[in-house]
Every structure is written in structure tokens, then in C-alpha cells.
Design a protein around this ligand. Structure first.
Ligand SMILES: [Zn+2]
Length: 185
């Protein structure tokens, strides 16, 4: 019995540290209270290329040539929850911003960074909530959305980037299910 508890604790720790986005009850889409004001007015240049990519993909996938991120600054800072590597804050005056934990960012690769930022912009720009559904292929279980509470890991994101992005902007899982060989009943 002790062994099982220990294993469960280990697995829980592993999930939290490897993925960083926490249990479903804790949401990284945080609505601030009445007196809170946005911390930043502009985006840190570190994130410029990711914003460009989010806009480029958005224009292609939605067929909206004017699709842009708009007034959603992205900066390093305090995510206010030790489990969050990134967070979308919404303020009472209607403004929004994305805050990213610098120590996590510096420790991970480009694909993981993009997976996190696209997830946060999924909240802040696309107005999406979490979608924690999973589906199975014959060999494994897959998250069906970048809006899963636990962000898509770098290997899977790299392999199925276009399919996951299409679902992100449109909710359409057709290509993702085909590529992942999801068994559709
Ligand atoms: Zn989230």
C-alpha cells in the first residue's frame, strides 16, 4: 500500500513538473479583481516571433487576412501560481495580458515555448476555455486540443503542430484525428 501511495505521489509530481499546467480546478485564465490594472503596455521582444507566427497561422487557418493578436502584451513575470508556467490575465477594464515564467522559458525548447504561448493566446485572444478530452489510438491516448489544462509536450506538438493548430483556431479535430489515427466510433 505504501508503495502505491509513493508511486502516485511520484507520478503527480512528474506531471506537474514536466507539464507545468496544473490540475483542472486551477485555471490559468484568471479574471482579476476590481482594482487590478494591467502590468505591461507592450510585448517583450523575446515573444515577437511567436506573436508573428500566431498571427500568420491565424490568417491562414481562419481565412481572415486581418487576423491579429491585438492589444495583448506578453511579458515575463509572476504567474501568481507556482504550477503555472504561463497565464492569461483578464482585467476589469477589459484589457488582457499574458505573463510567462522566465525560469521555465529558459529551460525548454522552441516547440514547448510555442505550445505554451499558443495555449495562453488561445485563452486571451481566441476566448477559448480548457478542453481536457482525450481520445485513443490503438497504441496510446492523446490530448485532442492545445487547450488541454496540461499543455501539449514538445515532441507531440512538433509532430502534429498543424493539426493541433487547426483545432485551436477552429475546433475542427478532423485532421488531428486522422493523423493520430484516433479510433472514431
Ligand atoms: Zn489554460
Amino acid at each position: 500500500m505504501i508503495k502505491i501511495v509513493t508511486l502516485l505521489l511520484f507520478l503527480t509530481t512528474l506531471v506537474l513538473t514536466s507539464c507545468g499546467i496544473p490540475l483542472p480546478l486551477q485555471k490559468d485564465l484568471v479574471v482579476k479583481d476590481l482594482n487590478a490594472v494591467r502590468q505591461f503596455a507592450t510585448t517583450d521582444s523575446t515573444f515577437a516571433s511567436y506573436v508573428q507566427e500566431f498571427e500568420l497561422r491565424g490568417r491562414i487557418i481562419t481565412n481572415d487576412g486581418s487576423f491579429s493578436v491585438g492589444d495583448i502584451p506578453i511579458n515575463f513575470g509572476d504567474t501568481e501560481n507556482e504550477s503555472f508556467q504561463g497565464v492569461c490575465f483578464e482585467y476589469p477594464d477589459g484589457t488582457k495580458e499574458v505573463i510567462v515564467r522566465r525560469s521555465w522559458w529558459n529551460a525548454v525548447d522552441e516547440d514547448y515555448r510555442e505550445s505554451l504561448l499558443f495555449h495562453e493566446l488561445g485563452h486571451c485572444r481566441l476566448g477559448r476555455d480548457h478542453l481536457d478530452d482525450v481520445r485513443s489510438s490503438s497504441t496510446e491516448t492523446h490530448k485532442i486540443s492545445m487547450m488541454n489544462s496540461i499543455i501539449i509536450g514538445p515532441q507531440k506538438y512538433k509532430s502534429y503542430k498543424e493539426e493541433y493548430q487547426r483545432e485551436l483556431y477552429t475546433f475542427d479535430t478532423t485532421e488531428l484525428f486522422q493523423s493520430l489515427q484516433i479510433i472514431v466510433n
